[in-house]
Write a protein that binds this ligand. Sequence first.
Ligand code: ACO
Length: 448
Amino acid sequence: MASKDNGERDTLTIRDNRTGKDYEVDIHEGDVIRSMDLRNIKVHEDDFGMMCLDPASTNTASTRSAITFIDGDKGILRYRGYPIEQLAERTTFLEVAYLTLKGELPDQSQLDAFVEDVTFHTYVHENILKVLDGFRYDAHAMGMLISSTAALSTFYQDSKNVRDAECRWVQMIRAVAKIPTLAAFAFRRHRGLPYVYPENELSYTANFLNMLFRIGVKEYRPNPVLERALDVLFILHADHEQNCSTTAMRVIGSSEADPFVALSGSMAALYGPLHGGANEAVLRMLGRIGRVENIPAFLDKVKNKEEKLMGFGHRVYKAYDPRASIIKRTADEVFEVTGRNHFLDIALELERIALNEQYFIDRNLYPNVDFYSGIIYQAMGFPVEMFPVLFAIPRTAGWLAQWEELILDPEQKIARPRQVYVGFEERNFVPMEERGGEVSAGAQPVVV
Ligand code: ACO
């Protein structure tokens, strides 16, 4: 048991008023108790013991992690200790991907080797094209990305060897390299355009833009401002600790499924409008609002709970999302090149009014990363269905870093939360001819 010099102990005393017994529980790392320590709290020796009910894990840590630090009250985000502002200003996405995966910034030769490895793994097996060709003409790009990422598992069956460090690294390179190719192919499929294959002499983001947008020219070179803006957006999206999709990655990974199917599951979690699908939802919302004059009426609906202000609010940030501030600056640079997007005027005014409204002040609701990213993506020529895809590409690095951490963590086991059962007590089977009446005697739902 931890004990300080002044005699204070890092413990918590819990009194069970049902029995009058006191229990002393260790406090770890400042203010953490272990849920399993509660199991000793019992009325009878053969009781199961106390546990916590925490729907949506709002106050339960599922892991110890050294990858990403967030202080939601102060609006701080760091990868491996480095502030997001410095990384967005001074690195490239692949440098950040290396940092999240390996734990340290690469030196020049490590970076060169990583870039070369990623560049030379960008091609996908030709049969993947048949997977994509099987989709209907109007299939959503995210659905195609989720499916084709899962399909990688069938092409790289060595990926099941999750306990082999070298093998894991090969899969990480493959995923970081190939997912932009799959994303671009999904986009071209949606548009009915021929696939453009990766070009090794281009940067990670330039290659992606080339695979997306080259039409009818021998050589496509993206505007360097847009190439850098996309790289910055990728840096901002590289990881965000234990959110919905990362939790999906860890839960699936905990069964030792291969990383490609686990990534596919994470992408599915990301796709929802409350998570990475929010940037798409923001654009659709701005389209519905249509004009600055309509904002007050829209905000009235939000306050009456008839609408949600998409791109606002966050489970962790109760101050300005630091990524949203950087994105706002990036938007200015992009609009210098593309011309101003009229949605920006609506978004800026929406933010200005919302931040002064009591409803939003009381609930600490600020713009999150998705509020402005969609406007930039649209200005760069991406259709809305590509927005969650643009989130999934860089987050692949974070998901994989979290997966690696999970695999190496001796404390982790297969994820298996408990439940508080509220269904029927045991009741007798009812034959078909006797069904449809009252609930059978003695079979009442358990009341909690
Ligand atoms: N618009 C209006 N009201 C909101 C919003 C919003 N965007 N977000 C939260 N609220 C309100 C809730 O209605 C609730 O009000 P109440 O106390 O009167 O019931 C209060 O604020 C607290 O909200 P919760 O839903 O409890 O917050 P939670 O942490 O569970 O949800 C979430 C976080 C899902 C992000 C939520 O803020 C939301 O739905 N935002 C819109 C979708 C969005 O932008 N998602 C992207 C998040 S960033 C990311 O995943 C990359």
